[in-house]
Design a protein around this ligand. Structure first.
Ligand code: 4NP
Length: 165
């Protein structure tokens, strides 16, 4: 059965601290998986940070370089998560426990809070408390590690959110 264009989109927002390293990487990786699966019409994908220091900036040059090496161009401009994002999105996927605490504090209702999940809980070998480590003060290998984790977690997330019929 083909999917009706009028079917409601699945809206996913990835969240980290600065919105210049981990969450734009997750956004780019997930978008590529969705596009490769010819499912772009079924999803709305974005990212945001809990902090506001980098609002309006492109992703960190090291983030963009690591993503570019895997064929992913990141053009996202950093923005800060707001309470209204709980209306705009069905799934808020956070990178670490600190993000979780910030985002949970912003959630206006229990239903909103139930939209939050940890990124690594979507990996096959799901560990509900495992984190995507912050690469900001690390070297190139830390940015590659973020991409590895995002690829594995995003593949799991896509399988959960869209099962072929
Ligand atoms: P992100 O990484 O949360 O993955 O975007 C960081 C970016 C900036 C800072 C910390 C983490 N910062 O301290 O400015």
């Amino acid at each position: 059965m083909s999917t009706s264009p009028s079917e409601a989109k699945i809206r996913v927002c990835f969240v980290c601290l600065g919105n210049i390293c981990r969450s734009p990487t997750a956004e780019g990786v997930f978008r590529k998986l969705v596009e490769d699966a010819k499912l772009a019409h079924r999803f709305e994908i974005d990212s945001a940070g809990t902090g506001n220091w980098h609002v309006g900036e492109l992703s960190d040059p090291r983030t963009r370089k690591a993503a570019e090496a895997r064929g992913i161009a990141l053009t996202h401009r950093a923005r800060q998560l707001g309470a209204d994002d709980f209306d705009r999105f069905d799934h808020i996927v956070v990178m670490d426990a600190s993000n979780w605490a910030h985002v949970a504090r912003l959630a206006p209702t229990e239903a909103a809070r139930a939209k939050i999940s940890m990124m690594r809980a979507h990996e096959d070998k799901a560990d509900p408390v495992a984190e995507v480590p912050d690469p900001y003060f690390g070297d190139e290998s830390h940015f590659d590690e973020v991409l590895d984790i995002c690829e594995s977690a995003c593949a799991g997330l896509l399988r959960k959110l869209h099962s072929p019929r």
